[in-house]
Write a protein that binds this ligand. Structure first.
Ligand code: FCB
Length: 443
């Protein structure tokens, strides 16, 4: 395959993971959720994850073997502060060694402090929807303490991962911990998460003035299910809420949910303006919005309308949606990193082509003038996929669930080729298309 369109020399090529999904040996709100039988498979547990905590040196060798120059990971609050106010220095030192191992391999760490998980005591003590109990300040204190180890080694931060997705699951659908439901609480919890970001940002700036601060924000290519006016209005509404409420707050200092009087919640977030240097975009798929009599905001589904196929979780493969979303996000006038993008590909039949097409979509956006500076594939390794457990396979490297042995997918090989050439080969790797068998409900 000859070299095709190219990436700039300083473009970041990396992979992303999160602590609870890969490390193993963590006791937090999610492990309690699993114990309570609240995952899709009530018997599923995540005690070992994929043992990244112990195998990180080998895993970073795999990453370095691809030629990657960046790695996005999170530090686990539950490990670092297992009881309120008691910090675990050994855990912090371990993270320090992980960052050092990355730096020794020429890989820049990008760190997330909130990737959906909390210490077991958090929700009962100071839940996000009751900020007067001090949740944002406790989060900032955990960040401050972690910075003793993190700040000397890390320049780029996605402080929060996907606040919109987390709020939807935790405070609207009630499907993930703490399992709350209620519109007013979503807005309160959202504003206090953003306050947590603002307080943490101030701590980081103090000790690392050259830090680049961002979030990893999940965006979806929403589309109306039909050309009816109702479906179009609903799709526009959902897109404004889900894709824009969070980034908009960083410019206005106000977190606003809802648009209609009586159903509009507005919360000021002091100190938020000025704390976003870049925008991290997590992009996976397109979602159709269709109105239903009893669901005023529409029903959300993945559908394979263009015959490009779906992932094993049924998510439509829709690379051009990434170009469209990146162009739309350019309105926030920040450099952009694609901080997550990937697929559940259980038989390794589509990852190479998926990577190829989504990196082509990034180049398309760059050609339109969008300042995209990096791409992080989700994920380096197969891992624990939240409510879905260990069934999905998101890894560039397959992990054998018993031996924990890692082996490269064809996606890894193709990614390596792209990274080493800093260009997209002219030939697209083959893919076996898996057609969608009808709409798949989101959630
Ligand atoms: C994102 C999450 C990440 C992973 C992928 C598949 O929403 O940030 O942890 O679960 O989806």
């Amino acid at each position: 395959m000859g070299p095709g369109r190219s990436f700039p020399d300083d473009f970041l090529f990396g992979c992303a993971t999160s602590a609870y999904q890969v490390e193993g040996g963590i006791t937090n709100d999610w492990s309690a959720w699993a114990e309570a039988g609240r995952l899709k498979d009530p018997s599923a547990r995540n005690e070992r994850a994929v043992e990244h905590w112990d195998r990180y040196l080998h895993d970073f060798d795999l990453l370095a073997g691809l030629g990657a120059n960046a790695y996005r990971m999170s530090v686990e609050w539950a490990r670092i502060e297992p009881e309120p106010g008691r910090y675990d220095d050994a855990a912090l030192a371990h993270y320090g060694r992980m960052f050092d191992a990355l730096l020794e391999r020429g890989i820049e760490p990008m760190v997330t402090f909130f990737h959906f998980t909390h210490p077991p005591w958090f929700h009962a003590t100071c839940p996000w929807h009751l900020p007067e109990r001090g949740g944002p300040e406790r989060f900032a204190a955990f960040v401050e303490r972690s910075l003793e180890v993190v700040a000397p080694r890390v320049r780029r931060y996605t402080i929060l991962n996907e606040p919109g997705v987390w709020l939807t699951g935790a405070y609207l659908a009630g499907a993930i911990p703490p399992g709350e439901k209620g519109l007013g609480r979503v807005a309160k919890a959202g504003a206090s998460l953003l306050l947590g970001h603002a307080l943490a940002a101030a701590k980081i700036r103090k000790v690392r003035p050259d830090a680049e601060l961002g979030i990893a924000h999940n965006v979806v290519a929403f589309a109306p299910e039909s050309s009816s006016i109702l479906d179009r209005l609903a799709a526009g509404y959902v897109a404004r809420q889900f894709n824009h409420a969070v980034p908009r707050a960083f410019d206005s200092g106000v977190f606003q949910l809802g648009e209609t009087p009586g159903l509009r919640y507005t919360e000021k977030v002091p100190g938020l303006v000025g704390t976003l240097d870049f925008l991290g975009i997590n992009y996976y798929s397109r979602v159709y919005v269709g109105t239903r009599l009893r669901r005023p905001y529409g029903e959300l589904s993945y559908q394979d309308r263009e015959g490009r196929g779906v992932t094993d979780l049924g998510w439509e493969i829709h690379p051009s949606g990434l170009t469209r979303i990146l162009a739309e996000m350019a309105r926030y006038r920040r450099p952009i990193y694609v901080t997550e993008n990937g697929l559940d590909d259980r038989d390794d039949s589509r990852r190479a082509a998926f990577l190829h097409d989504h990196l082509a979509a990034v180049l398309d956006a760059r050609e339109q003038g969008v300042d995209v500076r990096g791409y992080f594939h989700w994920s380096l390794l197969d891992n624990f996929e939240w409510l879905e457990g260990h069934l999905p396979r998101f890894g560039l490297f397959r992990v054998d669930p018993t031996t924990m042995e890692r082996s490269p997918t064809q996606g890894a090989e193709h990614y390596r080729r792209i990274i080493q050439a800093r260009a997209l080969p002219t030939e697209r790797p083959p893919a076996t298309l898996k057609p969608g068998l009808g709409p798949v409900r989101v959630g």
